[in-house]
Design a protein around this ligand. Structure first.
Ligand SMILES: [Zn+2]
Length: 63
């Protein structure tokens, strides 16, 4: 059996160099309740360092 592809796209922990992460996904609502954006978090399984990635539009996305 081969490793799933997505594991190869994971970054390395900047703190301890570990390459395995626990994945969490959540949604952040703005303080005004008008917009929301999703956030994806990778939590290092060794040192619990959290990398956060924002997905989609944010409330600051107008220029
Ligand atoms: Zn780490």
């Amino acid at each position: 059996m081969t490793e799933p592809n997505e594991t190869q796209n994971l970054p390395t922990c900047p703190l301890c160099g570990n390459g395995t992460f626990r994945r969490e996904e959540g949604k952040l609502d703005s303080a005004w309740g008008l917009t929301a954006h999703r956030v994806r978090m990778l939590i290092c399984e060794r040192c619990s360092y959290v990398l956060a990635f924002y997905e989609g539009n944010t409330i600051f996305d107008f220029d």
